[in-house]
Design a protein around this ligand. Structure first.
Ligand code: MOS
Length: 725
């Protein structure tokens, strides 16, 4: 089914189940420990052996020798697999660094070998007995040093020019030209990278922890040079991913290699201190923003340049993309430059691009408003645009950005903010308020599902969609329930299995809208099949309260399937509406912060997010997404930073003791408001994403609140207390 024209009325609009704050249908399984993570699955043929991965002890160079003799003699050891004795591996499309290194070493903790043994402890101690000698090469680990050699990009990442940016900026009576930095960040998800793998003949099966089942089936097939049909990937419950689990990683590759070597299932969980340098991270950025305005505060020139680094062959952090769309202004420039670095692979982390881009742009907007003597909410409102500023003939599908700002300001008590910083004191605490816009594009991905109506009137949905803690099980159950006229209890949802139809997967905040649209499409087909089975006209049949009604006839859904299960499968595909209408999500973040005037300790006191993201499929799970994202935003503002060892080329604070993220005590009060929207130009669900929107801008709202409290403008994240000096 192709979505080509704006959605008309459809069964979803009844919103009997959709739009309701339904509890998580998997909540009980999760809270009672019955939703296994990858490492815990019992449905495995035979007793698994344990794999322990050995990572490179240098960042760049070669393995001169690897002596495994002693390790192989140790108790319980079944196999030691490295590039020396492994089958030659192919390379997938999605990852930059090779997942099995050797003899060349491309980054610190790149996997070089796996030791397989009867127990975890045996595998670990044998891994410690493998002797590796290196020839250390010289690497590039410093973005600031590499910046002058950073290269321009092509295609989607090429520079953009609209009007005459340089001329308009030079002529602007009010100018801002500032440079900001954001650090390397880590996903720090709860469940580590973990896989149980086994071979049956030439077929490979894995229980793994992954956001994108279809991608990973393909990537495993490419890596092991086998047909995708021979790969079975299952990831029904995922303990967080944040983009780190979009791609195939070393846990799955090394478990499959180990399993092949010892003819048994092998399980591997990457230890926390290993994950950070072995897997991917969000790269650091250096960003320059230039804004020129009229005396009245209209933006005439807006320019955003960003520098980031990655391994050779990698990509940039696309930190300038929101600046192409968020504010009006006739003269525009964006540019990204990519430096080669020999740090671990840079890649997607929640709201890649916009998260660090908005951390910077929205401080720059605050600074510009201050130069103008304007309220920062008013300055943003004045520079709203209802069209794509680079292509004025192209409107947004829906854009209630101004309402987010205005409703947020009223709700938050913004009028009590003192424009001049450093004015509000409570004892030793300086108090301030800050605002930032939220913006993230909406992306749709092809998504398929199969739906089965059984003789007991229960509908089962099967799709390879994942639930990474987001609530996919619940909104998919709600979608099928709404479409089939059933209560949510009459729907079963099976996810995360590559034997099911391929879905959008979980990434880029596309999961909710795309995957439910796929379920919608399958249910449209199922409704037709049910009506036909009952001899009713599919065009007029209504599905209400467990019944199908047409004309003066009615029958229960159970009756329809009495003579046999009715099955339908369909994919939602997307026409060119996203070309005709810019599809984006909008919001506003408000933060009140307190800074201890003696110690510089910074506390966030209150946070409010107002989001405009189309129809909200489930206000409870959507709110959870947004408050989690807001929490992550506070981490980005105040704590999160991978410390780079610029001599040896690795991230030093590679565990949860050294890589700080906020805890409950750091987040005393959060409020989330969703505007009542339905965007008929994005999908039949009329929904968009919220999971990344909730993060975009938060860091800057904190930074702006801290400035309002103290009068100290910190342009180098995270805002740690040393930076107030
Ligand atoms: Mo997201 S970084 O696309 O999981």
């Amino acid at each position: 089914m192709k979505f080509e024209t704006p959605a008309g009325a459809n069964p979803i609009d009844a919103m009997k189940v959709i739009g309701q704050a339904v509890d998580r249908v998997d909540g009980k399984l999760k809270t009672t420990g019955q939703a296994p993570y990858a490492y815990e699955h019992k449905d495995v043929p035979g007793k698994p052996a344990y794999g322990y991965v050995i990572g490179a002890g240098i960042a760049k160079g070669r393995v001169a020798s690897m002596n495994t003799a002693e390790a192989k003699r140790m108790p319980g050891v079944l196999a030691v697999v490295s590039a020396e004795n492994a089958q030659p591996l192919g390379k997938g499309q999605m990852n930059t660094a090779k997942l099995l290194g050797g003899p060349e070493v491309d980054h610190y903790h790149q996997a070089l070998a796996v030791v397989v043994a009867e127990s975890f402890e045996q595998a670990r101690s044998a891994a410690n007995a493998v002797r590796i000698e290196y020839e250390r090469g010289s690497g590039r680990f410093d973005l600031a040093k590499a910046k002058p050699g950073a290269q321009p990009l092509t295609g989607n990442d090429a520079d953009t020019h609209t009007g005459d940016f340089e001329g308009a900026f030079a002529a602007a009576p009010v100018q801002l030209d500032q440079t900001y930095t954001t650090p390397d960040q880590n996903h720090a998800m709860m469940e580590p990278f973990a896989t149980i793998a086994w071979w049956e003949g030439d077929a490979l099966s894995v229980w793994t922890s992954n956001q994108m089942i279809a991608w990973n089936k393909k990537e495993l097939a490419a890596t092991f040079k086998m047909p995708p049909e021979k790969v079975h990937v299952r990831s029904p419950y995922v303990g967080g991913g944040f983009g780190g689990k979009l791609f195939l990683r070393a846990d799955a590759v090394m478990a499959a290699l180990g399993a092949k070597a010892c003819g048994r299932p092998v399980k591997i969980a990457l230890p926390r201190p290993f994950m950070v340098n072995n897997a991917t991270h969000r790269p650091a950025t250096i960003q320059r923003v230039r804004i020129g305005t009229t005396k009245e505060g209209r933006i005439t020139a807006i320019g955003h340049e960003s520098w980031s680094g990655d391994l050779p062959g990698g990509g940039p952090e696309v930190a300038t993309q929101q600046t192409r769309l968020l504010y009006a202004g006739a003269n525009r420039l964006t540019a990204m430059r990519l430096a080669e670095l020999d740090l671990p692979e840079a890649n997607a982390m929640r709201a890649p691009g916009e998260a660090p881009g908005m951390m910077v742009l929205e401080i720059a907007i605050d600074e510009t408003a201050e130069k103008l003597g304007m309220d920062p909410v008013e300055f943003r409102v004045l520079n709203d645009t209802q069209v794509d500023p680079e292509h004025p003939e192209r409107p947004f599908s829906q854009r209630n950005f101004v309402r987010c700002l205005q409703e947020g300001a009223a709700r938050f008590g913004w009028s009590r903010r003192k424009a001049k910083p450093g004015q509000v004191r409570e004892g030793r605490w300086l108090i301030g308020m800050g605002v930032a816009s939220a913006f993230r594009n909406n992306i749709n991905m092809t998504s398929a599902a199969r739906v089965r109506l059984a003789g007991d009137g229960v509908v089962t949905v099967e799709t390879d969609m994942t639930d990474i803690g987001t609530g996919s099980y619940t909104i998919i159950a709600q979608t099928a329930a709404e479409m089939m006229g059933l209560p949510v209890e009459k729907v079963r949802v099976k996810l995360g299995d590559s034997s099911f139809p391929a879905s959008a997967g979980s990434g880029g905040q596309w999961g909710a809208n795309s995957s439910t649209s796929g379920v919608y499409a399958a249910c449209v087909k199922l409704r037709e099949a049910v009506a036909q089975r009952l001899g009713m006209d599919p065009a007029t049949a209504e599905f209400i309260d467990g019944e199908v009604r047409a004309g003066n006839r009615s029958a229960s859904l159970a009756e329809a399937a009495k003579s046999g299960e009715i099955v339908a499968e369909e994919a939602m595909q997307w026409g060119d509406l996203a070309k005709k209408f810019q599809q984006s999500t909008f919001g506003a973040h408000f933060v009140e912060a307190a800074v201890d005037s003696y110690t510089g300790e910074t506390r966030v006191r209150r946070m409010l997010a107002v989001c405009a993201a189309g129809r909200i499929l489930n206000p409870k799970t959507a709110r959870s997404q947004v408050i989690g994202a807001m929490t992550m935003g506070v981490g980005g503002a105040l704590m999160e930073e991978l410390a780079v060892d610029r001599r040896f080329g690795f991230f030093v604070n590679h565990d949860l003791a050294g890589y700080e993220v906020p805890v409950h005590a750091d987040i005393p009060h959060q409020e989330v408001i969703f505007l009542d929207e339905a965007d008929d130009k994005v999908s039949p669900m009329k929904a968009k994403g919220v999971g990344e929107l909730g993060l975009c801008g938060v860091g800057a709202a904190v930074a702006n609140a801290v400035y309002n409290a103290t009068g100290v403008r910190v342009r180098d994240y995270p805002i740690t207390l040393d930076k107030y000096l």
